[in-house]
Design a protein around this ligand. Structure first.
Ligand code: NAD
Length: 484
């Protein structure tokens, strides 16, 4: 599907609500529009999902058949990789090369969960009791079954449209669930292509149902829906809190992948070339719009000036631009709202007398581009130090020893990721134990794999995606007792 045909398709999707514009963030031009699906589209989608789940067309077929379909989805994603990359790049403004690197991972996620379909077994227990409630001797065989939750709601953010969709859809399908999926209102396009590929691969109609629309309309209706058993959400911590409250009506299960304010510790014995480059890319890649971006860098005092200069140099040499700009490695922010938010944090910092080492301004061109920004002399109590900015803005502060480094790193309501750069491996592993984060990276950054569980400590999330935990989050456990 070309960009134009997806834009036609999204425009024709059912919805009675407000018209939502699709803006190219690299040019600020409107490239399309669609109707907010709202509560009515959600009701229909949930009914379809319920009907298919109860019919067993997906949930009850042999696991190996589900696996074959998931593998075919992966092959189709590979076949359509270029169009998926072009569409995500046009919709988010990210450089095409970046989108092209992401899509093959999406295929691998489907292959990985294709493998899990045939391995979702429970456990067996030998239970011998004397003097139970009846007082009689009992010799029992007990076992557990892993069963799909039923109808699940999947809510995606805009920062990696196809990637976030695959991260949830592949395990939900492997588990046998039927789903209603809502992409972010800013980025509805590539998921429409994925919907076609799912059908082409053999996922029966009605097993995956897309609803396009705003969060406060379609998203809220999905979360409140009494016939949805589980919500898997990726997005901001603020909306995550709202989702927890809204899901209380039928006590639906909720898993949350939320925001971060991830610390990076750089010690004076580190491989400084690697640490500087990776710490800079770890925040500036995708213009800081990644949940795991290392937005707080702490540097041992002896190498502080060297690291600050190095990070500023990388920041100044990164070429910003949209998909049509040759050589661009960093794209724009997703929206005017996001641009204003990021600039608001920087302006607040200036008012509070932080040092702007480099950046601190938007580019003098169309598009929501902010120059990679390095800030120093930032107080721990400032909003800049505590809140997720989700832009290309990093604070760099000095520390003297392990205790101070750990205290600074853990001084956050978030706990998504943390990094330490040091050649002292004993210290590195001690830090891994002390850092309050769901993922700790030692002497590496930006390396994640879907076979390893991913989730947040503290207010960065509930539960895990990826790995075995990823598929188990769509399964519930039933215990069965048999008298022998
Ligand atoms: P967001 O919370 O604004 O929106 C995420 C999704 O939730 C969108 O689809 C939106 O329409 C929907 N939504 C909004 N209000 C809703 C409501 N009341 N009920 C139901 N759904 C609602 O987040 P965003 O701005 O799209 O994405 C950026 C955020 O996502 C950042 O905080 C980032 O850290 C986080 N994120 C986390 C991870 C992770 O794995 N931990 C990955 C990517 C992004």
């Amino acid at each position: 599907m070309s960009l134009n045909s997806v834009l036609d398709e999204v425009r024709l999707r059912p919805g009675s609500g407000e018209v939502i514009p699709i803006i190219d963030p690299a040019t600020e031009e409107q490239i399309g529009e669609f109707n907010d699906g709202g509560a009515e589209a959600v009701d229909n989608a949930v009914a379809n999902a319920r009907a298919t789940f109860e019919s067993g067309v997906w949930s009850q077929i042999p696991a190996r058949e589900r696996a074959k379909v998931l593998w075919r989805v992966a092959d189709l994603i590979d076949e359509h990789a270029e169009e998926l990359a072009l569409i995500d790049s046009a919709n988010t403004g990210m450089p095409l090369l970046q989108a092209q690197m992401i899509v093959p991972t999406c295929a691998e996620i489907f292959r990985y969960y294709a493998g899990w379909c045939t391995k979702l077994n429970g456990d067996a227990y030998q239970v011998q009791m004397t003097g139970g409630i009846t007082g009689a001797h009992a010799d029992l065989h007990a076992y557990t079954l892993k069963e799909p939750y039923g109808v699940v709601g999947l809510i995606f953010p805009w920062n990696g449209p196809i990637f976030n969709a695959c991260t949830k859809l592949a395990p939900a399908l492997a588990a046998g669930c039927s789903s209603v999926a809502k992409p972010a209102e800013e980025t509805p396009l590539s998921v429409l292509v994925l919907e076609r590929l799912l059908t082409q691969a053999g996922v029966p109609d009605g097993v995956v149902n897309l609803v396009t629309g705003y969060g406060h309309t379609a998203g809220a209706a999905l979360v409140e829906h009494p016939d949805v058993e589980k919500i898997a959400f990726t997005g901001s911590t603020e909306v995550g809190r709202r989702i927890v409250a809204a899901s209380a009506g039928n006590l639906k299960r909720v898993s949350l992948e939320l925001g971060g304010k991830s610390p990076v510790l750089i010690y004076d014995d580190a491989d400084l070339n690697s640490a500087i480059t990776m710490a800079a890319m770890g925040i500036f890649i995708h213009s800081g719009q990644g949940c795991i971006c290392g937005s707080r860098i702490f540097v041992q005092r002896g190498v502080y000036d060297q690291v600050v200069d190095g990070i500023a140099m990388v920041a100044n040499n990164l070429q910003l631009g949209g998909p049509k700009d040759d050589g661009a490695v960093i794209g724009p922010l997703i929206s005017e709202k996001q641009l204003n938010r990021v600039m608001g944090f920087i302006d607040e910092g200036r008012r509070d007398s932080v040092d702007v080492i480099t950046g601190g301004h938007r580019l003098d061109r169309s598009g929501y581009f902010v120059h990679p920004t390095v800030l120093a002399n930032v107080d721990q109590g400032m909003r800049l130090s505590q809140q997720e900015i989700f832009g290309p803005v990093v604070t760099v502060l000095p520390f003297d020893d392990d205790d101070e480094a750990v205290a600074l790193a853990n001084n956050s309501e978030y706990g998504l990721a943390a990094t330490a750069w040091t050649r002292d491996l004993g210290r590195a592993h001690r830090l891994a134990r002390r850092l309050q984060a769901g993922t700790v990276s030692l002497n590496c950054q930006l390396v994640f794999d879907h076979s390893v569980p991913f989730g947040g400590y503290k207010q960065s999330g509930w539960g895990h995606e990826w790995g075995r935990e990823g598929v188990e989050s769509f399964l519930q456990t039933k215990s069965v007792y048999t008298q022998l």
